[in-house]
Design a protein around this ligand. Structure first.
Ligand code: COA
Ligand code: MG
Length: 293
């Protein structure tokens, strides 16, 4: 299933948690990390655990938790608090590479067994570009055996801080070169690992038109979803990452054309040559459409 919109909800805010259900997001990311001040971490853990408990399946949105970084000294307490509530997944901020996904996976193996959660049920998405070294490992996710890995996403704010950069934008307002580069590597790394490529958040949450244009461009490049910080961004993201009626119609025609010639590697449709990459692309469109039916 393609998960298009991933809405962060600060884990210490009862008010925002209370609004989250109505957002229509495919995923709520209940945040224990950067949107929660150090002093509020224990209270946020309790609130998030309570939220998970109060939302047994089927859930309107998948419920994920962004824990604190694995080397922060907080991550184990986060996991101990949330696994009993059976989150659908865990996001690791400032992930170093596949070894961090493996480490988290081992922790989850133990906690799932302890709490009677189906083994391997809790999925993982690392934020894979938030330290200067992490982008060098983006190609390695595909080489590792990571059955829990559901996607890769990237972040520009923490990376800028880690680099000592005063901005992550260039003079035209686009991502500066280093950030464009790690964004592309995230896309390549995710697709190589056959998981979702999730674009980073659009900071200006009042600029609906800018978000729409930016999401359409991201989808055209191969991203399948996007992080969100405000409920108003969800509908725009869901629509932009949903294939249009024309695309779905064309994809159906492509699949039908190949179905009619099961042993052919290339067929023609309305005078246009189609080969196997077109068929694969058509199937991806139909898979993405299926999630938004
Ligand atoms: N999840 C759930 N509800 C949210 C929300 C979110 N991420 N962001 C805003 N809301 C709610 C607000 O509580 C408000 O409802 P209320 O008036 O009943 O309180 C309503 O949506 C409209 O919000 P608005 O007034 O437009 O924004 P704001 O000034 O309250 O909040 C932010 C702006 C950026 C602080 C807020 O959107 C936010 O906290 N975003 C998430 C930040 C985050 O998690 N960052 C970490 C990842 S980088
Ligand atoms: Mg951060």
């Amino acid at each position: 299933m393609t998960l298009r919109s991933w809405l962060f909800v600060p884990g210490d805010s009862e008010r925002k948690l209370g609004k989250a259900d109505a957002s229509g997001a495919d995923v709520l990311i209940l945040d224990l990390e950067d949107s929660v001040a150090a002093k509020a971490k224990p209270a946020a853990r309790a609130l998030v655990a309570g939220f998970l408990d109060a939302h047994s399946r089927p859930r309107p949105s998948q419920l994920w938790v962004r824990i604190n970084p694995l080397d922060s000294g907080l991550a184990l307490e986060d996991l101990i608090a949330i696994v009993p509530g059976r989150p659908d997944g865990v996001m690791i901020p400032k992930a170093g590479g596949p070894a961090d996904v493996e480490r988290l996976s081992h922790y989850l193996d133990a906690l799932e067994a302890q709490h009677g959660v189906k083994a391997g049920a809790i999925r993982i998405v690392p934020v894979a570009t938030e330290t200067p070294a992490a982008p060098f490992q983006l190609g390695d996710y595909a080489k590792a055996t990571l059955p829990r890995l559901a996607g890769l996403t990237w972040g520009a704010e923490d990376l800028a801080t880690a680099l000592g950069a005063s901005t992550n934008l260039d003079e035209t307002g686009r991502w500066a070169l280093t950030f464009r580069m790690v964004r592309s590597l995230t896309l390549l790394g995710a697709r190589a690992a056959r998981v979702q490529a999730i674009d980073t958040l659009y900071v200006d949450f009042r600029d609906e038109e800018g978000l729409r244009t930016s999401c359409q461009a991201a989808r055209a490049e191969g991203f399948t979803g996007r992080l969100a910080i405000h409920p108003a961004q969800v509908a725009v993201i869901n629509a932009a990452f949903r294939p249009s009626a024309d695309e779905i119609d064309f994809a159906r025609q492509v699949v039908a054309a190949f179905d009619a010639h099961p042993s052919a590697g290339t067929v023609s449709l309305d005078g246009r040559m189609l080969d196997i990459p077109h068929l694969k692309q058509a199937r991806q469109v139909l898979a993405a459409a299926g999630s938004s039916a």
